[in-house]
Design a protein. Structure first.
Length: 115
């Protein structure tokens, strides 16, 4: 359980750092790399990547929403069939990011098993 939280925080921190300086998909790649070099089960790798990126993307989406007083978030939510719901847009953004992180983390564990 302790390694789960260490990996989760490590993935979230490295992903934030990578996404700050590069493109959005550098975050899920950090989940892949952490689970490639740190031994663990496939399910643990999926869930650490999933929750690590969920934590990060929720924080980034919430920060973007609060820093613009929701103006930008509502405008983007009207583009999609969300009825202008800020919460729905943040939830969908979080889910997409966490799914990418989980699948990349799982891939890292499976690649590790090939060695």
């Amino acid at each position: 359980m302790k390694t789960f939280f260490i990996k989760l925080i490590l993935i979230a921190g490295l992903a934030w750092l990578a996404q700050y300086f590069t493109v959005w998909y550098a975050g899920p790649l950090m989940a892949l790399l952490v689970n490639l070099f740190w031994k663990g089960s496939s399910s643990q790798a999926f869930f650490t990547g999933f929750f690590g990126l969920a934590l990060l993307w929720f924080g980034l989406a919430f920060y973007a929403d609060m820093s613009t007083d929701g103006i930008l978030t509502v405008k983007i939510a009207h583009i999609f069939p969300l009825g202008g719901s800020r919460a729905a847009l943040i939830a969908i953004t979080t889910f997409i990011g966490s799914l990418c992180g989980g699948l990349c983390g799982w891939t890292g564990a499976l690649i590790r098993g090939l060695r």
